[in-house]
Design a protein around this ligand. Structure first.
Ligand code: CMP
Length: 138
C-alpha cells in the first residue's frame, strides 16, 4: 500500500471537472484517503513548488495555482504513485497519452488540470506539507 499527493488544479475546478477526475481515479482502483478544497495562499503555493523557484514559469505558476480553489487529496493504493502518474499523463497535455486525465481535461502545460507526486520521497514530503498547512482535513 502506497500514498501519493494529488491536486485538482484551479482550471479543472473552474471547469466543473472535480467529479469526473475523482471518478477517473476511483474507477482505476485508487482510494481517496483524505480530501479538501482550498484556495492556496501565495506563500503556500511558493512553498509547495519551491523546487521550481528558479524556473522561468514559476511566477506564472504561482498566479495560476492561487487563482481559485483547488482540491488537495491523498490517494492510496498498491503502487499508487506510478499508477496515478499514468492516469494523469504527461505534464504537457499535447504529449499525454489518450484517455489520460490531462489528455482529456488539461488546457496547456501550465493549466494541466492535476498534480501528482513524482516519487516516494516527494510523496512523503508533499503529504507532510499539506498535513501541516491544512489542519484537521479529511
Ligand atoms: P505539476 O506536475 O504540478 O508540476 C509543476 C507545474 O509547473 C506543472 O505541473 C505545470 O502546472 C507547471 N509547468 C511545468 N512546465 C511548465 C512550462 N514549461 N510552462 C509553464 N508551466 C509549466
Amino acid at each position: 500500500m502506497q500514498r501519493t499527493l494529488g491536486i485538482i488544479k484551479p482550471d479543472a475546478v473552474a471547469g466543473n471537472l472535480v467529479g469526473k477526475i475523482l471518478a477517473h481515479i476511483e474507477v482505476a482502483g485508487l482510494s481517496v484517503e483524505a480530501l479538501r478544497m482550498v484556495q492556496l495562499t501565495e506563500e503556500q503555493a511558493r512553498g509547495f513548488y519551491q523546487v521550481h523557484q528558479h524556473r522561468p514559469f514559476f511566477k506564472s505558476l504561482l498566479a495560476f495555482m492561487t487563482s481559485g480553489p483547488c482540491v488537495v487529496m491523498v490517494l492510496k493504493g498498491d503502487d499508487a504513485i506510478e499508477r496515478y502518474r499514468a492516469l494523469m499523463g504527461a505534464t504537457d497535455p499535447a504529449k499525454a497519452a489518450t484517455n489520460t486525465i490531462r489528455a482529456l481535461h488539461a488546457t496547456d502545460v501550465e493549466k494541466n488540470a492535476v498534480h501528482g507526486s513524482d516519487g516516494p520521497d516527494t510523496a512523503a514530503q508533499e503529504i507532510a506539507f499539506f498535513r501541516a498547512a491544512l489542519s484537521r482535513w479529511a
